[in-house]
Ligand binder design. Structure first.
Ligand code: SF4
Ligand code: SF4
Length: 139
């Protein structure tokens, strides 16, 4: 029998074009208890949801897959900064401004950038310098 877990998540909606009622699906299809702390989502704008989900570990994993299928970026650390790999052009501009190497060159050969959310201290420097809007903050 799986353990019951609680996870804090920050969900970023680059553009809210998912027809699914996400919270309803988390409760009904994935048996999760959902506690929303903060929400700002409109049909035309970017937005975010800060929430706790409680449930079986496998149900949470399945729910994460569903959320990602809705073109929503999931930040598992519960921190307010996200990096959208689909928007990132790997220009490297943020790397020299990131004080903790949370944003770093993951592959020296291709110069591809990666984001380690556990290392992020939410200084917001990357948001100011990213020309492509790949970094965002919920707060
Ligand atoms: S918010 Fe600051 S620490 Fe976090 S990734 Fe951006 S620059 Fe790095
Ligand atoms: S500044 Fe923006 S586009 Fe450039 S590497 Fe960083 S996140 Fe990607």
């Amino acid at each position: 029998m799986s353990q019951t877990l609680t996870k804090k998540l920050v969900l970023f909606f680059p553009r809210y074009d998912c027809e699914q009622p996400i919270i309803y699906r988390l409760v009904k299809d994935h048996n999760l208890i959902v506690n929303v702390y903060r929400a700002k989502v409109t049909p035309e704008e970017e937005g975010y949801l800060v929430l706790d989900v409680t449930g079986d570990g496998q149900d949470i994993d399945n729910a994460m897959e569903f959320i990602k299928s809705c073109n929503v970026v999931v930040n598992h650390s519960g921190k307010g900064v996200s990096w959208d790999e689909h928007r990132c052009a790997h220009c490297g501009q943020c790397v020299t401004h990131c004080p903790t190497d949370a944003l770093h060159v993951a592959d020296p050969a291709t110069r591809r950038i990666a984001f380690d959310e556990d290392e992020c201290i939410e200084c917001l420097a990357c948001i100011k310098v990213c020309p492509f809007g790949a970094c965002a903050s919920a707060f």
